[in-house]
Ligand binder design. Structure first.
Ligand SMILES: [Zn+2]
Length: 101
């Protein structure tokens, strides 16, 4: 049974979280990935991209990864030294260039 593990209005964050979960060998897919911005300004909550896992048995591990990402944040965006992109505090590496914080 499939389960949703994470959602955010920020596609870059969703993709980053997805990568971190998949790095642990858990298969995921993203719902609503292509809705955002496809038709005018679709910005309702319904169009947020969602990370889903295929196997319910992976849920606890995926949930732990999400929680560890969220609990490690300092609630301050940081700016990448390499490419100057602004990054969500939950990420230790830049979403744009994968450079370290
Ligand atoms: Zn960067």
């Amino acid at each position: 049974m499939m389960k949703m593990v994470y959602t955010s209005e920020n596609h870059f964050i969703v993709n980053n979280v997805k990568n971190l979960i998949e790095a642990q060998g858990i298969s995921t897919f993203i719902k609503n990935e292509f809705l955002h911005g496809a038709v005018g300004e679709l910005s309702s909550f319904d169009s947020w991209p969602e990370i889903w896992i295929f196997e319910e048995s992976d849920f606890e591990r995926a949930d732990e990864i999400v929680k560890s990402i969220q609990s490690s944040d300092l609630n301050v965006d940081w700016v990448c030294n390499n490419c100057a992109e602004k990054n969500d505090p939950s990420f230790e590496i830049c979403w744009n260039c994968q450079s370290g914080n």
